[in-house]
Design a protein around this ligand. Structure first.
Ligand code: IMP
Length: 197
């Protein structure tokens, strides 16, 4: 099986590579020669995850034998904001996909509210010639009052996972990878891949 990872986000790629056990090797989209931004016109995280996998599968199905594509679409859902930024997480503060601006906009939106509950969700799609599966992972937590920490990406400086006092960006990659939405989704993916099909 040739596993290709449909993501150009270096942080996601590093996390997924670290989360995959020995014996699972992925080729990134860039390594496979796809350099463009994949369109994400879907109305949900699940839809965008599937669109990304499908896009890369169609581009590479004649290049790799026994191709399986995995795509990760993720977002932050804040309870009091009715699930926003959700599917719009990357572009919450505008088309530029600016993490710092997204974090500031979220802090502003939460100013009038005392409920700071949120969850991160990842949906991984696995697409092959006769495979189409999705694997979901989530982690619950709260939103901090100011950005804290330097590791990770996106909303990591604002997200405090349940059971901790520090943000993902303070906790660092090892702790994040042991409890994150992405790690839960990858675990389900790996369980599926280990079963002979
Ligand atoms: P997409 O999955 O590439 O559409 O991007 C989703 C956006 O959600 C990213 O740009 C980040 O802002 C945010 N995001 C997704 N996963 C994480 C994470 O693990 N930590 C922090 N932010 C994340």
């Amino acid at each position: 099986m040739n596993l290709v990872l449909a993501s150009a986000n270096k942080h996601k790629v590093d996390e997924i590579k670290a989360l995959l056990p020995n014996g699972f090797t992925v080729v990134t989209m860039k390594e496979a020669g796809i350099h463009e931004d994949i369109p994400e016109p879907g109305a949900t995280i699940a839809e965008n995850s599937q669109l990304k996998a499908e896009y890369v599968y169609q581009k590479l199905k004649h290049v790799f034998s026994d191709l399986e594509v995995i795509a990760d679409d993720s977002g932050l859902e804040v309870e009091v904001l009715n699930g926003a930024p959700g599917v719009h997480s990357a572009r919450y503060a505008g088309e530029a996909k600016n993490d710092e601006a997204n974090n500031l906009k979220l802090l502003e939106a939460l100013k009038p509210h005392s409920n700071r509950k949120a969850r991160f969700v990842t949906i991984i799609t696995l697409q092959g010639e006769s495979t189409l599966e999705q694997f979901e992972g989530e982690v619950k937590g709260t939103i901090a009052f100011a950005p804290r920490g330097t590791t990770g990406f996106g909303y990591d400086p604002l997200f405090i996972p349940t059971g901790y006092r520090s943000t993902f960006a303070e906790l660092g990659a090892d702790i994040k990878n042991s409890i994150s939405h992405r790690s839960a989704a990858v675990k389900r993916l790996v369980e599926f891949l280990k079963i002979p099909h």
